[in-house]
Design a protein around this ligand. Structure first.
Ligand SMILES: [Zn+2]
Length: 533
């Protein structure tokens, strides 16, 4: 059987994975993510692609998505637009490795009759993210609304507010004991609009000619999985994003054991941390682990006794949230999360009962920002189900020493209602690597100074007054990477001994050739160029 793989995006960059695998007449995509780097070359927060009216036109024109014929939704192609590229990869399924947007973000643009495959956890996270989103064309991973020609502007498309949402076909790659509550969540509309739902499907481990196996991996989001495909008798492993230094060591050990046993013909592996990376996830040349983060954040919280603690960690990083639940318990504080995080936590607990159950956990509370108009998922669900967990700014203000606020920079305006008198802000997320992020940290510094709050995990010298003159320094040990370290990856590869290595999700594919070239076949993918398997 003739087989090949083509990396269309996500090869020599981090994120935006769109990797095609073909065996005989069967074709699948491994992830169909949004490439933030390409998007950021043209767009920013206040300059967005005109998808609401122009569908995928701008994205194709600027090369943000490849000009595939016959893969994108017909209702997202405006009248008069034709895609003529000769690129027609066969697609029988799209496999999601995990629910980070750089791996899932462009699934919303593909035809809804193409089934999506992923874990139970990935399904609920995609659904919860969409339920809480504003409902643009880019976010329709779990369900979609059919766009129609705009009667007033017949060369454009529009969305009719009364039109229902329709579930995408989603097949589950992992087994699960109890699934009723997950199915109910998947089929329930939380946005206030009608949902024509179809339940999640249990896959039978094969897509036409391609049998597959899913192996759970540890990453900075739950539900991440590595896939093994049998392409005409050869084994092809796609690791997705993973790490080996997380807290779920048994899962990582089992993953390594299984990959070793398979001894793959092709190992397509992520290489985010290959190269001269120095970040706030490194302590003296060593990767910080989640346990380092726990110990450092615990100490900072203990040292802040009597004062307010604010903990800033990435969205949907529930493992980090669990660390702060532990810290809150140990320091006799409440962990106050945003309603959005509460919704995500609720959904994720359905897929994994080890994740804190908001009602049962006396440490967790939900911040009541007192917004006059709440979104339907909050007013109609979170506020109904978890009303006893809500806490007002006034209550936090009265006893700042009893609380840890799980806020990010974008929640910082809430401090105006709390009016804290000092405290600490723990920066437990990846350091700023773009100009916009540096600008945000500079603004964050101004907020903290205004309220006399001490930053932990970063230092900022703003003597110059303008963001350009500010010096920001991130302190290691308050954040751990979601990706395998270079040293561990080298050990893993020599342990597993694949016949060939195909690096992806890395800015330094050439390091793979230098480091492994003498012992293994290393195939460096070029975007859009097929690799025969
Ligand atoms: Zn990821």
């Amino acid at each position: 059987m003739k087989s090949s793989t083509t990396v269309f995006d996500g090869g020599n960059c981090i994120g935006g994975n769109k990797i095609h695998l073909q065996a005989g007449e069967t074709g699948i995509f491994l992830d169909f993510g949004l490439n933030f780097k390409t998007l950021g070359m043209y767009f920013e927060e206040f300059l967005k692609p005109r998808t609401a009216t122009h569908g995928i036109q701008d994205l194709i024109a600027l090369g943000i998505i490849p000009p595939f014929e016959d893969i994108y939704r017909e209702d997202a192609i405006i009248p008069g637009m034709t895609i003529k590229s000769g690129m027609r990869p066969k697609v029988d399924a799209v496999f999601i490795s995990h629910a980070h947007v750089d791996h899932t973000g462009s699934i919303s643009l593909i035809r809804p009759d193409i089934p999506v495959y992923g874990t139970h956890m990935t399904a609920v996270i995609c659904k919860a993210m969409q339920d809480c989103s504003r409902g643009g064309l880019e976010g329709e991973v779990a369900y979609y609304t059919i766009r129609v020609i705009d009667e007033k502007n017949p060369d454009k498309i529009t969305k009719k507010s009364k039109d229902p949402c329709i579930s995408r076909s989603f097949s589950l790659v992992d087994r699960h004991g109890e699934t009723d509550s997950i199915q109910q969540f998947w089929c329930r509309p939380y946005s206030g609009k009608e949902l024509i739902a179809s339940p999640l499907i249990n896959s039978d481990g094969i897509v036409k000619d391609i049998p597959f196996e899913a192996i759970p991996v540890d990453h900075s989001i739950y539900g991440a999985t590595c896939y093994v495909f049998d392409v005409g008798g050869r084994s092809f492993v796609y690791t997705g994003d993973f790490r080996l230094h997380g807290r779920r060591q048994e899962m990582s050990d089992a993953f390594v054991r299984r990959i070793k046993q398979i001894s793959p013909d092709y190992l397509m592996v992520e290489g985010t941390n290959m190269g001269s990376h120095k970040g706030n996830d490194t302590i003296k040349g060593r990767r910080a682990s989640e346990d380092d983060v726990y110990l450092n954040c615990l100490k900072a919280t203990k040292d802040a006794s009597g004062r307010l603690v604010i903990a800033d960690f990435g969205p949907r990083n529930i493992e980090r949230l669990e660390i702060f639940v532990e810290i809150a318990r140990e320091t006799q504080r409440h962990l106050v999360i945003t309603p959005k995080d509460a919704f995500m936590l609720y959904a994720m607990n359905l897929a994994d009962p080890n994740i804190p159950d908001i009602l049962a956990d006396d440490v967790i509370m939900i911040y009541d920002s007192g917004k006059s108009k709440e979104a339907k998922w909050e007013s109609g669900f979170i506020r109904q189900e978890f009303s006893s967990k809500y806490i007002t700014p006034k209550a936090v203000k009265a006893h700042p020493e009893d609380h840890i606020l799980a806020f990010s920079f974008f929640d910082i305006a809430n401090l105006l209602d709390i009016q804290p008198d000092g405290g600490i802000y723990i920066y437990s997320t990846c350091e700023a690597f773009s100009e916009e992020m540096v600008l945000d940290v500079w603004r964050l510094g101004n907020w903290l100074e205004h309220f006399g709050i001490e930053p932990v995990g970063f230092k900022i010298d703003r003597t110059g007054g303008s963001p350009g003159e500010a010096e920001i320094e991130f302190t290691p040990g308050y954040h751990a990477s979601g990706h395998v370290s270079a040293d561990e990856l080298i050990d893993l590869i020599y342990d597993v001994k694949p016949k060939a290595i195909i690096p992806v999700h890395t800015e330094h594919p050439e390091i793979f050739a230098d480091r492994f070239g003498k012992d293994f076949e290393v195939i460096l993918p070029r975007h859009g160029v097929p690799i025969e398997l």
